[in-house]
Design a protein around this ligand. Sequence first.
Ligand code: UGA
Length: 441
Amino acid sequence: MKVTIFGTGYVGLVTGTCLADMGHHVMCVDIDEQKITNLRNGVIPIYEPGLESLVKTNVANGQLCFTASAEEGVAHAEIQFIAVGTPPDEDGSADLKYVLAVARSIASHMQSHKVIVNKSTVPVGTADKVSALVSQVLAARSSTLGFDVVSNPEFLKEGAAVNDCMKPDRIVIGSQSAHAISVMKELYAPFNRNHDRMIVMDVRSSELTKYAANCMLATKISFMNEMANLAERLGADIEQVRLGIGSDPRIGYHFIYPGCGYGGSCFPKDVQALIQTADSIGFDSAILKAVETINERQKSVLVNRVQQHFGADLHGKTFALWGLSFKPNTDDMREAPARVVMEALWLAGAKVQAFDPEAMEETQRIYGQRADLVLCGTKEAALKDADALIICTEWKNFRAPDFDSLKQTLRHAVIFDGRNLYDPDVVRRYGFTYYAIGRGD
Ligand code: UGA
């Protein structure tokens, strides 16, 4: 089948590439001409394992192409995906300007029936807004062309996006049009071979499914962080508690890792957007507000610990910081806990020597040159002359450090671990003061 995808960001590029790899003819459209030129040359704007080679292969074999021309994109296929960003507005609600601009563009250029698929994470009711806009533009053109608007949320995880896209847990399709449903079934048939993963529902339920999924996951994390804070104060070890509750299949082991807060481009934004949606219809979403408050608080836990140990004024102190991205296997620093930690350290007068396996360029881009930030080439270099080590991201490479040399290099044998990477007994045996999350001192 032929498919057009508007937006070559994370979602659009991964989805388009995977559809192409399954044999569809995919055209990706973006208004950023430089990005299009780069993509044609196999230069990928994001770090995502496996994506670059898949893009290159599918471009080379003619399954995948890129254009900056919306007109060309609209003409290419009946199926038109909208996969552009929905950044948060000032009040936290999702800003639909890019989604609606694409809808307008499709409506202005279309010369035949279109199935318009919302892949972006959009508030409940957006498909209706897209429909109304397309109808309005077509009416202004005196056109009687038909179209369907389908909701098809994505559930990709950064760092595992290609795999998630190729082997989805579920494919949610929100539509009540028999034609659109059959088109979507044919499109996703290659991903749906061994057992049926397709769940067809009405558009609004599909739109809410996306938010409900992310908000549920964020809730699990904030719940565990709350338990961690309690455990710490009650003399319990959250890691034991985690195993104890995860063994109940109704709870499960997934996504109950306490830490220094969740970040990324999805959870913080989606929780805020659903709070806004609830507020806008006069409903007080007490759970989601608590989830957000707890997460904000959690991002400060490490620095609070640092200040309890070294005092509120950190002038003259230097901290080694391992892990800048919001999670491993990505260079994405959006809403990353490390940013809150770093900025609070600076505010208190400290200097930071940071290392991350992938996010160094991104850190440089965000913070530029500053006297109180040194970006180090290795995790060992970050330790040199530092007063203590702070860990914000659980990269594999941080899991088994040489504790002896770590102790020799740091000025004080103190570790603040925001991801519970080590066995407290082992680290303490090496002579460290070890602060983790929910594990006592
Ligand atoms: C998330 C969802 O997991 C995907 O299913 C969804 O499709 C995606 O958002 C989206 O809406 O696009 P992602 O933001 O890539 O994916 O990252 P996650 O792997 O979910 O991690 C989010 C944050 O939660 C990270 O900061 C991670 O460190 C934190 N986390 C995760 C914990 O603190 N504890 C856990 O047990 C799990």
